[in-house]
Write a protein that binds this ligand. Structure first.
Ligand code: GLC
Length: 741
């Protein structure tokens, strides 16, 4: 039996709340305590008799997926006014990248490198969803994702721990506001704790094997950043982590989360992941799965019902002490008190019901604009000048589909709010320019080419061709993984045929992941990568195409040349045989009779080399920036001292544009091997033509800290390289030393 003394010490909490929690616990029956630990699905247009009974009897503490404010308020009324103790409900809903107004998918939001924008977007989502009685959302998803085959990379902030943490913290602040009890605030949830992004082969729910040092240095840092931002809840991952499913993993849920990090909020399982502990094969049945989950410290079970079925009898059998349950129920009640639910459980019907306001749509457009990444712009074909145009062709299956542009995880997204590229471009060009539109394909999945003729005729009769391709929203998100990450359907063939018309070809790609683009890049003069940009995809894309703004997005994830390179990411280790251009051979260059060791003995692929097609941090714009005058305030710093790193960035082009200045370091020698680069800071600067700015960064030993060989956390003395640059492969390089004075 796990007794209370073995559980992590409760850190200090809000003084005013604790007595109230204790008072409630003293009055609660064991069944009511177990009830608080159960969340049930409230999907449906009415409150069923069964659900009504569960609430009134105190058998549940939370619902998920209610559909409107009336149901939300009715469920709260039953809990507050008809149950014995009147404990209000947590009402959860996946509000992942917007509610009615849909923002870019989180991978796109990450490409904005704009935490203030992400925070504003989450605040908008909280304002909209709380109007419908949502008081808890299951975001930010901060699983470091290095595998584009994995459908949930769409929901992540990409491959970098630092950027994921910055964006996750911003989203948390947006959802929770300065006051979690404010009507416009909702509780955020750090998910999926932990290591979900390492699912083998990019298949969802698959095994994850992550050495502790990798877990601590790559997958955990974003969760710590979000915890430091005050996130109210955590969610366990579905994954089997090194043989112990996260939902049963005491190392994660107690050692890391409670003992090392001092988290005093609540932990929820993922959907039915308690019973899945048996499916994984860790236990024989749901009862033992319940023992594992409670022992690990999963305060609340999402769906499933194992806690309801088994927990009270397990306590009566002596498998758990009541104190153990009290500690877990306290975490739940604390969250409800912090949300202010005991004082104000209802969603005021008098609240102005505002969804998709002009301000909301403006923010959605700004978010989309800043998330789109210009990957190619041969001969500066973009921007197009409407004043010089008489006709353009707009073709492709993603040009006019309100539901597809908003992407995955949009249960409440309002397609009526969507403005598509076709609508926006026609509106922008008006009657002065003829827009020849042809979808060419019924969807991104369509393999039939009978629509090509119309598209090719449209192209032939136009000066420029804009082709909107990509992935339908269903091709990414949970359980939606792909082993081939080329454009699906007959889209590649469409691009090839369009290029044969001899027209300038501009591709706009909407997708939920990095795609392998080799088979269209050579045919396209320009490529705008738009992710799934949300409600205002059209106006954002149109403004960038016609030069109303310069693209400023930067990649939060590496783009492989081919799927066989995966996993490929910038912050990799050096290996003992690092590849260099002169130590690799291409398969097409191998001569007959080549000797075993003649082709380079370093870490590369014959058919892909060792670099991605586009690196982390990459993105073009309509101007050029020059970096110069790298400055370090010292050649060495001691622990506790600050190194100032600066560089001058100049807009050397002829349009105003925004540059994301990136700061990277490399710890050359460590007690464990260290990445060849690590992002440690970034700044966005908007510069007019000819304008310069000095970007100034500060580094201290805490920025250089990592989980060391002895599992302690901190920096180590030694030499460091530092870069200030435009992406993870370029930049001005310097060196400094961290010394033990
Ligand atoms: C899903 C997801 C999780 C989501 C939850 C509720 O299976 O894994 O991210 O928040 O269930 O929908």
């Amino acid at each position: 039996m796990t007794n209370a003394s073995e559980l992590a010490p409760m850190d200090t909490c809000d003084e005013a709340i604790e007595p109230s929690i204790q008072d409630l616990l003293e009055r609660m029956t064991l069944e009511e305590k177990v009830g608080q630990m159960q969340q049930v699905d409230a999907t449906g247009d009415t409150v069923s008799a069964d659900l009504r009974q569960l609430v009134v009897s105190g058998a549940i503490g939370s619902v998920i997926n209610h559909s409107n404010v009336h149901i939300a308020n009715e469920l709260q009324r039953l809990a507050v006014e008809e149950s014995r103790l009147g404990i209000p409900l947590l009402a959860g809903r996946d509000v992942i990248h917007g509610y009615k107004t849909v923002l870019p998918i989180p991978l796109g939001l990450a490409a904005s490198w704009d935490p203030d924008l992400v925070q504003a977007g989450a605040a908008l989502a909280a304002r909209e969803s709380s109007q419908n009685g949502v008081n808890w959302t299951f975001a930010p998803m901060i699983d470091v994702s290095r595998d584009a085959r994995w459908g949930r990379i769409a929901e992540s902030f990409g491959e970098d721990p630092y950027l994921s943490g910055v964006m996750g913290a911003a989203m948390t602040r947006g959802f929770q506001g300065d006051d979690l009890s404010h009507p416009n605030s909702i509780a955020a949830c750090a998910k999926h704790f932990a290591g979900y992004g390492a699912s083998e082969s990019g298949r969802d729910y698959n095994t994850t094997n992550i050495p502790e040092n990798e877990l601590r240095n790559v997958y955990l840092p974003p969760f710590k950043a979000v915890l430091d931002a005050g996130v109210a809840t955590f969610m366990a991952s579905f994954g089997d982590l090194d043989g112990i499913p996260a939902t049963a993993n005491e190392f994660l849920m107690k050692q890391i989360l409670r003992t090392e990090w001092g988290f005093d909020g609540m932990v929820v399982s993922d959907w039915d992941s308690v019973r899945q502990i048996s499916v994984h094969g860790l236990t024989e049945n749901d009862r033992e799965a319940t023992v594992q989950a409670v022992t690990a410290g999963i305060d609340m079970e999402m769906a499933g019902g194992a806690y309801t079925d088994h927990l009270a009898s397990l306590v009566r059998e002596g498998r758990f002490a009541v104190e153990d349950i009290d500690r877990m129920v306290s975490n739940i009640l604390r969250t409800k008190f912090r949300l202010g639910l005991f004082d104000a459980p209802y969603t005021e019907s008098a609240r102005p019901r505002q969804f998709g306001t002009p301000q909301a749509l403006s923010l959605a457009k700004d978010s989309a604009m800043k998330s789109i990444v210009l990957l190619k712009n041969a001969n500066s074909v973009l921007p197009l000048d409407p004043g010089q145009l008489s006709s353009i062709a707009l073709v492709g299956p993603m040009a006019d589909v309100p539901s597809e542009q908003i992407g995955t995880w949009v249960f409440d997204g309002d397609e009526e709010l969507s403005v598509t590229p076709l609508q926006a471009i026609e509106s922008e060009l008006g009657d002065d320019v003829t827009v020849h539109y042809a979808p060419a394909l019924k969807s991104s999945l369509d393999r039939e080419t009978d629509g090509f003729e119309e598209a090719l005729n449209a192209a032939s009769g136009s000066e420029y061709v804009i082709v909107c391709v990509g992935e339908d929203a269903i091709l990414s998100g949970e359980a939606h993984c792909r082993a081939d990450i080329n454009l699906p359907g007959a889209q590649v063939e469409l691009v090839r045929k369009l290029k044969q018309t001899g027209k300038s070809l501009i591709a706009v790609v909407m997708a939920g992941r990095p795609l392998t683009l080799e088979n269209i890049l050579e045919h396209c003069d320009a490529v705008l990568y738009a992710w799934h940009p949300g409600s205002m995809a059209g106006p954002a894309i149109s403004d960038l195409l016609f030069g109303k703004a310069s693209p400023s997005g930067r990649l939060p994830v590496s783009f492989p040349k081919m799927v066989g390179q995966i996993p490929i990411y910038y912050n990799q280790k050096n290996t003992g045989r690092p590849p260099t251009p002169d130590t690799v051979s291409h398969i097409d260059d191998i001569k007959p009779g080549a000797k075993q060791t003649s082709l380079g003995m370093t870490a590369f692929h014959f058919d892909a080399g060792y670099k991605p097609r586009f690196p982390f941090g990459f993105g073009l714009g309509y101007t050029t920036f020059e970096y110069g005058d790298l400055g370090l305030s010292a050649n060495s710093i001691g622990f506790g001292e600050t190194l100032r790193v600066s560089a001058t960035i100049t807009n050397t082009g002829d349009v105003t544009a925004t540059e994301t200045v990136q700061l990277y370091v490399r710890d050359l020698v460590g007690s464990v091997t260290r990445p060849v680069r690590e992002l440690k800071g970034f700044q966005k600067h908007t510069l007019a033509p000819g304008q310069s700015v000095i970007a100034m960064f500060e580094l201290t030993d805490s920025d250089l800290a990592f989980s060391r060989r002895d599992k302690t956390f901190g920096a180590e003395p030694g030499q460091f390289d530092v870069w200030v640059g435009e992406n993870s492969e370029e930049g001005l390089q310097g060196r400094f030393e961290l010394v033990q004075r």
